[in-house]
Each structure stands twice: as structure tokens, then as C-alpha cells.
Design a protein around this ligand. Structure first.
Ligand SMILES: NC(=O)c1ccc[n+]([C@@H]2O[C@H](COP(=O)([O-])OP(=O)(O)OC[C@H]3O[C@@H](n4cnc5c(N)ncnc54)[C@H](OP(=O)(O)O)[C@@H]3O)[C@@H](O)[C@H]2O)c1
Length: 330
């Protein structure tokens, strides 16, 4: 199963589908076929592994398929994997994560009804790989990462509105790498009108990175700004974070990075709609200017939102702190 997780990681982190890997093993323990899902519209991991086995000239009748996610039993962009496994006369299936997607779930049951020895074999590494996708499906809305770059004293811009640049090149390059792994970037009209960002992904050493959908939230007109130069951008004319997430979900967005400013970041935090925070912290002090986060109505220390599974990564002179947040009030 660990090999299947390794294979799954080859798939894209962005897109409407999870990353899934599959290894088919014979009775003698020999690997007969391997595959992974390369993104929406391409074969799922199980048919990919079955094809690999066929191309290697291996008979998979009676073999065991190790899959990182419960095989689907529905016809979406591709046919049901349960059918493909049954047709290939696979003897047993072990899946590391039960599918939380109501449309695709129940594959284990379908396989058992077909006389295949199918069982859930939980593995944390498999769930961790799709943490954002699983969270999005469970919550019925896109997974939200709130990202900002701040000084030591928590400012994201100086008093005159300038924010180029809070952090150094390494931190900015890292943030571009994150953009290339998500489906969408959301900013408020304030940020578009002040900074005129292009909101594209430009990670170093990546030839042709995936470009996320760009979204601007707020009532003012921002047409003419750089973000509109590309057709793949949407305006959400609302102040309600739920409206923004609904508009993004309609575009099959599973993960969105909310890149500020402080007004919309605070609106998402107040609504309990932030799942993960990425704070890039520069060793700089401004003393005045814009705060990373505004008033959340929290008046006492015990009310503080506390992250878990925290990481701290040095990026040149800056530090990236990431943390996951419990689901708050919806
Ligand atoms: N360092 C960083 O990481 C970073 C990142 C981004 C921005 N910044 C800086 O932050 C500053 C801009 O901050 P900001 O807070 O003004 O920008 P913002 O959050 O991008 O935009 C705020 C605007 O969005 C609209 N809006 C959308 N949802 C809203 C809600 N729930 N409540 C109220 N208004 C809502 C309002 O404009 P309408 O009237 O159009 O509705 C509001 O004025 C700039 O100086 C920029 O340089 C820094």
C-alpha cells in the first residue's frame, strides 16, 4: 500500500479528483501492474494498473489490488472501477481510505457483492496525501487556505498601502509553488485595486505550471486590472465568503488560497471557513500599517483560534508557519 501511495503522489494535487495509486500483486507477492490517476478525464488508478499488467503480459486473475482510495462504483468521466476490477477477475481488493464522495462511495460493498474479498485497510499516509480533497468533499465546499506575508509585528502592508515586498525571494517562490498546486486564488477588490497582482503561478524550475482560476471578491468594479487579462478569472460580487465558495465550487474548485487582504481573510476566519493557514513571516517591523487579520470578535485568550499539525520552514531570512484549523461554525 505504501508503494500505491508513492504512485498516487505522481498525480496532480490540483483538479477535481483525488490523487490515487494502485498496485496489483500476485499470490507469490510479485507486482503484476501499477498505475495512478493523472487527473480528471484520464483513467482512474485501477484501470491504469490493469492496463499496465496487460502490457507486461501478466494475468491478474485471483490477484490482490492495493488501492489508496475505495474503488468507485459510478460512471463519471470514466466507467466504474469496480466493474473493471471484477471483469479482470481480481481476487481481493484492499483500499486505504473509504470514499467520502456520496456519488462514488460504496465501491467496497459492490465488490463484496460480486464475490471479491474487498476490505478497508486504513493507512494514514494515504489520507494525508488527499487531506485537502477529503476535507473539501466532507465539508461540501472548497478547502480554504488563508495565506499572507507579514512582518514580525503582524503587518501585511505599510501605512501607505505598499506591500512589495514583505518577504524575500525564497518565500515568494515558495508561495508561487503553492499556487501551482491549488485550483483557485481568491483576493478582495481592495488588493486588486491597491496591488494590481496578476495572481499567476510562477514557481522556479517549473516549465509550464498549472495556472489556478483567479477570483476577486467585492462590489467594486476592478475590470482593467491585470487579473482580467486572462479569461480564467471570475468576479464574486458579494461580501459573503459562502457566496465565494459556492461560485468556486460551481467551477469544480476543491482547494482555494485566499491571498488577502486582511478584510476578506478576516471574513473567512469569522465565518469559520479557514481550514489551513500559511503565514510567511519576515524579520521586519513596521509599527503601523495593515494587519494580517482584523477583529474576529475574540476578546479573551481562551477564545483564540489554535492551529494544529504546525510546521515552521525557514525560507531564506523568512519563516513559513503552516497550521490546520478545526472546522468552525459553518
Ligand atoms: N502581505 C500580504 O500578504 C498581502 C496580501 C494581500 C493584500 N495585502 C495588502 O492589503 C491591503 C488591502 O487590504 P484590504 O483589506 O483592503 O483588501 P481586500 O481584503 O483584498 O479587499 C477588501 C475589499 O473587498 C470587499 N469585500 C469583500 N468581502 C468583504 C467583506 N466580507 N467585508 C468587507 N469588505 C469585503 C470590499 O470592497 P467593495 O467595496 O469592492 O465590496 C473591501 O473594501 C493592500 O495594501 C495590499 O497591499 C497584503
Amino acid at each position: 500500500m505504501m508503494r500505491a501511495v508513492e504512485l498516487a503522489a505522481n498525480g496532480p494535487a490540483w483538479g477535481p479528483n483525488p490523487r490515487v495509486g494502485c498496485v496489483i500483486v500476485g499470490a507469490d507477492g510479485a507486482v503484476l501492474g501499477e498505475g495512478w490517476h493523472r487527473g480528471a478525464g484520464t483513467p482512474h488508478a485501477e484501470p491504469a494498473a490493469l492496463t499496465d499488467a496487460r502490457e507486461r503480459g501478466n494475468d491478474v486473475a485471483g490477484a490482490t489490488a492495493y488501492v489508496t482510495l475505495e474503488p468507485c462504483s459510478h460512471t463519471g468521466r470514466t466507467g466504474p472501477c469496480t466493474e473493471a476490477l471484477a471483469a479482470a477477475r481480481i481476487g481481493a481488493v484492499r483500499y486505504a481510505v473509504a470514499d467520502p464522495n456520496p456519488q462514488a462511495a460504496g465501491g467496497g460493498e459492490v465488490l463484496r457483492a460480486r464475490g471479491i474479498d474487498a476490505a478497508h485497510a486504513p493507512l494514514d499516509a494515504a489520507a494525508a496525501l488527499n487531506r485537502r480533497w477529503l476535507g473539501a468533499v466532507e465539508r461540501g465546499r472548497p478547502w480554504v487556505i488563508a495565506k499572507w506575508a507579514q512582518t514580525l509585528d503582524g503587518r501585511t502592508a505599510a501605512a501607505d498601502g505598499t506591500s512589495f515586498w514583505v518577504t524575500g525571494e525564497e518565500a515568494r517562490a515558495h508561495a508561487h509553488g503553492v499556487r501551482a498546486e491549488v485550483d483557485a486564488i481568491l483576493v478582495g477588490t481592495g488588493t486588486v485595486l491597491t496591488d494590481d497582482p496578476s495572481l499567476s503561478a510562477r514557481p522556479p524550475h517549473v516549465e509550464d505550471p498549472h495556472q489556478p482560476l483567479r477570483a476577486v471578491m467585492g462590489l467594486r468594479d476592478t475590470f482593467g486590472a491585470k487579473v482580467w487579462r486572462d479569461e480564467d478569472a471570475i468576479a464574486v460580487r458579494s461580501h459573503d465568503p459562502r457566496d465565494a465558495l459556492a461560485a468556486l465550487a460551481a467551477r469544480e474548485v476543491r482547494t482555494v488560497v485566499v491571498e488577502g487582504g486582511g478584510t476578506i481573510t478576516s471574513a473567512f476566519l469569522r465565518a469559520g471557513l479557514v481550514d489551513e493557514v500559511h503565514a510567511y513571516i519576515a524579520p521586519a517591523i513596521l509599527g503601523s500599517g495593515t494587519n494580517a487579520v482584523g477583529d474576529l470578535g475574540i476578546a479573551t485568550m481562551s477564545g483564540a483560534l489554535r492551529g494544529r499539525d504546525v510546521t515552521a520552514t525557514a525560507l531564506g531570512v523568512d519563516t513559513l508557519v503552516t497550521a490546520f484549523f478545526q472546522r468552525g461554525p459553518q
